[in-house]
Design a protein around this ligand. Structure first.
Ligand code: ADP
Length: 407
């Protein structure tokens, strides 16, 4: 990258930011949290790695962004890249124009928790920095290459044609970065068949053939798929009518339960949604924690096996996300359910891999297994720069065409 890009990820009461430039060591990043409350604050890392903690009582998104940008303005960012969870059927990162902002707004019913917060952030940065080019990078875009047989639900067709009911997939920025970086390290940049497992608070799997997503575990919303921190992942769709008939629950209550009270948290009987806590509790004999871990690993392996159907051959698997990058235990347990494809995990390499580093952890006799720390901010910055460069090139071409026409 030749420029520096400010990457912004707006949540409902928080803003993650990162100033991304050429060298990863120079990255300045942080989190504005508790926005709108007396405890609003910014925590992060300043230039040179110095810790930053700043109280901004009652600051809203705009005030927090103003503070962040004031602190970063002397680094002269050349563009802003916004992470946007749902881009509907947009297939790539886009320069923010009134039309693209409308399309993000139109996708709100598909991501009601995320897109409204992104729009607040976009609105604020557009007002504060009208001169800076701004780009939206969508979590869904990478999966727009899925074939029709992977993205259709088996429901009446009008729900797709008139109401956009289909599988979209999420975490695309991470799956794209990790598969690109991993296949590069494996010596087959963007070639072959790879599985990725992004395991954080939200988790998903993806099958990638020659650099393109061909299937993924999340669907219409980020609830479908494998077990997550507080999200159930796949359940029998009849659970809704069963709970309505027998407990009198409405869809909002069921939705909340499946999104916020399920997953590792629900399975562990409200012990925790945090995998580290569950592993510790399981080691001390907590049976609910042990069950939560077992279900997590089994369902993850099952998802990877299912997604392998999208690949003509399997060259390997990449683990990423907080759990995938840091837990040798979860990686080993998951691989124990996948002997069918010839995977051979090296226990030694798996256990000895230093936290937060890239590394290969198979014995060298089957498909490769790697740990690749994700870099969503870096990827968003790269895509932002790419979009801005393209726009500049197009503007130059148009200008020279206009000059020729006048001459
Ligand atoms: P997010 O999706 O919010 O970005 P992360 O990718 O940071 O989340 O992942 C958070 C998860 O990673 C938590 O469940 C946390 O317990 C887990 N995690 C982090 N370090 C470890 C570790 N050493 N062992 C097991 N789990 C870990």
């Amino acid at each position: 990258m030749s420029t520096s890009v400010l990457v912004i990820n707006c949540g409902s009461s928080s803003i993650k930011y990162a100033l991304v430039s050429e060298r990863r060591e120079d990255r300045i990043f942080g989190l504005a949290e508790n926005l709108g409350s007396a405890e609003a604050r910014i925590k992060g890392v300043s230039a040179g790695g110095a810790p930053l903690e700043l109280s901004i009582p009652h600051a809203d998104h705009e005030k927090a962004l103003e503070t962040i940008l004031e602190r970063l303005s002397h680094y002269n960012p050349q563009a802003i890249g916004h992470r946007v969870v749902h881009g509907g059927t947009l297939t790539k990162a886009e320069l923010l124009t009134p039309e693209i902002i409308e399309r993000i707004r139109a996708a709100t019913p598909l991501a009601p928790l995320h897109n409204p917060a992104h729009l607040v952030g976009i609105d604020a940065t557009m007002r504060l920095f009208p001169e800076l080019p701004q780009v939206a990078v969508f979590d869904t875009a990478f999966h727009q290459t899925m074939p029709a047989h992977a993205y259709h639900y088996a429901v009446p067709k009008f729900l797709y044609t008139e109401y956009n009911v289909r599988r979209y997939g999420f975490h695309g920025t991470s799956h794209a970065y990790v598969s690109e970086r991993g296949s590069e390290l494996a010596g087959s940049f963007k070639q072959g068949g790879w599985l990725t497992a992004h395991l954080g608070n939200g988790s998903s799997t993806c099958a990638i053939w020659n650099g393109q997503s061909v299937d993924t575990s999340m669907g219409l919303t980020p609830l479908e798929g494998i077990v997550m921190g507080t999200r159930s992942g796949d359940v029998d769709p009849s659970l809704h009518s069963y709970l309505a008939a027998n407990l009198g629950w409405d869809v909002y209550k069921i939705d909340k339960m499946l999104n916020k009270e399920s997953g590792l948290l629900g399975l562990s009987n409200n012990l925790s949604n945090d995998m580290r806590t569950l592993i510790e509790a399981s080691e001390q004999g907590n049976e609910d924690a042990t069950l939560a871990i077992e279900v997590f690993c089994y369902r993850l392996a099952k998802s990877l096996a299912a997604l392998s159907c999208g690949l003509p051959r399997i060259d390997g698997l990449f683990f990423t996300g907080g759990i995938g990058e840091n837990s040798a235990y979860i990686r080993e347990k998951t691989m124990s359910y996948l002997p069918h494809f010839g995977f051979n995990l090296s226990k030694e390499q798996n256990n000895n891999l230093k936290r937060g580093t890239e590394g290969r952890i198979d014995t060298g006799t089957g498909p490769q297994i790697w740990v690749i720390p994700t870099d969503e901010e870096g990827r968003i910055a790269k895509e932002t720069e790419h979009v801005v460069d393209n726009e500049v090139n197009q503007a130059t071409v148009k200008k020279s065409e206009a000059d020729v026409a006048v001459a």
